[in-house]
Unconditional design. Structure first.
Length: 291
């Protein structure tokens, strides 16, 4: 099928893009990589009155690090980030997540900002944003604001961005040196949407777990942090009994969806299985520190 008729704009600045977006009063869509939006338009699941193409805007693909935070321009391509030395050194969990996304052509065009703004429940990048307690910067008409990950995702394909706002930058705290990390995902085939996925980051001090971060994708309507499951590891360490208890609690915490891919009960089961696997993998990757 072909998309419905729409106006096309290719602004030369963020301010111009925001002004155009504001003019259409919620009836326009922003085009970044287009890996989700274009198929939706072709099937007429999305029929925007206008498309605002951000691909000509300068400075939205840069990666910088300062004061313990990695700032990534919203138009940074996923494939670009797979090879970025800052991401590899300071955000290895994100680098691992990128390998789970679709296929090479998808990652070559897809952007980090586009994935977050699209807010697909099965997407890996929003899961990492939650696991690392990151946030985004958005620009609107005459204003700029920051939105933390826990406040961003409201429902499937729905975020807290206002109709006249554009995501410009993603902020992720740099992971501590030696932190363990892992992603475990279940899908029908490699590159398919996740039926369930878990991201984990762990920081150890000897036998103690100083920091545990667990987040989901594909299980419920939005990615969520599994705070009670994290607390078990931080209180009881990373032995087999604690890991099993954390995995069980993770399965209890989620509000799984049921669809043509999986029942809610199956997704709950997967939550426990994948949490255990991911925690063990992250534990075994982490540096054990003393003192």
């Amino acid at each position: 099928m072909k998309p419905a008729k729409f106006d096309y704009h290719r602004p030369a600045s963020i301010d111009e893009a925001v002004a155009i977006l504001d003019r259409y009063q919620g009836e326009a869509r922003v085009l970044a990589g287009g890996q989700s939006l274009v198929p939706m338009m072709n099937f007429r699941l999305a029929t925007p009155a206008a498309i605002i193409d951000l691909n000509r805007l300068p400075g939205l693909g840069e990666v910088t690090a300062a004061d313990g935070v990695v700032a990534i321009g919203a138009m940074a391509r996923q494939r670009q980030l797979e090879f970025d030395p800052v991401v590899a050194g300071r955000l290895p969990l994100l680098r691992e997540a990128l390998g789970w996304i679709g296929h090479l052509p998808t990652r070559t065009r897809g952007t980090i900002g586009g994935s977050i703004a699209h807010a697909d429940p099965a997407a890996e990048i929003p899961m990492v944003l939650q696991a690392l307690a990151g946030g985004i910067v958005v620009r609107g008409r005459g204003r700029e604001r920051r939105i933390a990950a826990q406040d961003l995702f409201l429902a499937p394909l729905t975020t807290a961005l206002e109709p006249d706002e554009i995501l410009t930058e993603v902020h992720l705290p740099a992971m501590p040196s030696g932190a363990g990390y892992a992603i475990e995902e279940f899908a029908r085939r490699k590159g398919d949407f996740a039926i369930a996925a878990i991201a984990v980051m762990l920081v150890r001090d000897g036998e103690r777990c100083m920091t545990a971060r667990l987040a989901t994708a594909g299980i419920g309507p939005v990615p969520v942090r599994l705070g009670d499951a994290e607390a078990i590891l931080e209180a009881r360490g990373l032995g087999e009994a604690a890991v099993a208890a954390s995995a069980q609690r993770a399965a209890e915490l989620v509000a799984p969806m049921a669809d043509h891919n999986a029942s809610a009960d199956f997704r709950r089961h997967l939550t426990g299985v994948l949490t255990r696997r991911a925690v063990v993998k992250a534990r075994d990757r982490s540096d054990v520190r003393t003192g």
